[in-house]
Ligand binder design. Structure first.
Ligand SMILES: Cc1cc2nc3c(=O)[nH]c(=O)nc-3n(C[C@H](O)[C@H](O)[C@H](O)COP(=O)(O)O)c2cc1C
Length: 220
């Protein structure tokens, strides 16, 4: 798979086969992906790879908190998007709900859908990417670069991924069950596993703007 094909075919995978991902495969992916650029080659990312019983306990604890209506604490305000960004956000949600046959008024099904994210979309493995709190906020850019690199490398191994905030919404769960210390800020979580090709939402192709509408050319 070449890089263009990988970029074009990558999509968020929100249902996985239960097959475990071998530790050596996950290690190889992270080693290759750590070639991602970072500001002054600081490589501020720290990975916590979670699977097996530990991940199952984390999924359950997240879902318990979600069911109890506990507000999350990402460490920053959740953006309230407006205008074009809001339109795009709504458009992909409509695509996903339509694929799953969930109507606007079906609140319980929508809540069920949301719950999936707190279960890491039932993936067999998850990667939490953290940085030292002393190195915020600029390092968020580096985390974006390494995240996208991980998800592209994963494709080469037949693995799907979903980059998501939901998995770090309850950081105390991860601090307690995965041992992530208070000195680290969790920036993002990635679900990773072999995609369930039959799951309707995994077939959704999210839209992109034509670059003419988002690019200004000068002297070109
Ligand atoms: C920073 C970030 C946070 C995200 N958080 C979530 C999330 O909490 N739940 C979810 O289902 N998807 C989440 N996503 C996935 C986006 O919804 C998805 O990338 C976007 O809709 C485009 O779809 P695609 O990845 O299939 O191209 C997140 C993606 C990024 C980059």
């Amino acid at each position: 798979m070449d890089v263009i094909e990988a970029i074009r075919t990558r999509k968020s995978i929100r249902c996985y086969r239960p097959d475990p991902v071998p530790r050596e495969v996950l290690a190889e992916i992270l080693q290759i992906a750590s070639r991602a650029p970072s500001s002054m080659n600081t490589q501020p990312w720290e990975f916590t790879v979670i699977a097996g019983d530990v991940l199952e306990r984390i999924k359950q604890a997240n879902v318990d908190k979600f069911n109890a209506g506990e507000p999350g604490d990402l460490g920053w305000e959740i953006e309230r998007f407006k205008d074009k960004c809001r339109e795009r956000q709504v458009a992909v949600a409509i695509q996903l709900f339509k694929s799953m046959g969930i109507a606007r008024e079906e609140r319980e099904k929508r809540t069920d859908w949301e719950r999936r994210g707190f279960r890491y979309f039932d993936a067999p493995a998850a990667i939490i990417i953290s940085v030292d709190k002393e190195h915020l906020p600029r390092t968020q850019f580096d985390i974006g670069a390494v995240s996208q690199t991980i998800v592209l490398v994963a494709l080469k191994y037949g693995l799907g991924t979903c980059i998501h905030d939901q998995g770090i919404t309850y950081p105390d769960v991860l601090r307690e069950l995965a041992g992530i210390p208070e000195s680290k800020q969790m920036i993002i979580s990635l679900s990773i596993g072999y995609p369930d090709g039959d799951f309707p939402a995994n077939k959704v192709e999210s839209a992109r703007e034509p670059i003419d509408s988002i690019t200004t050319w000068r002297g070109v």
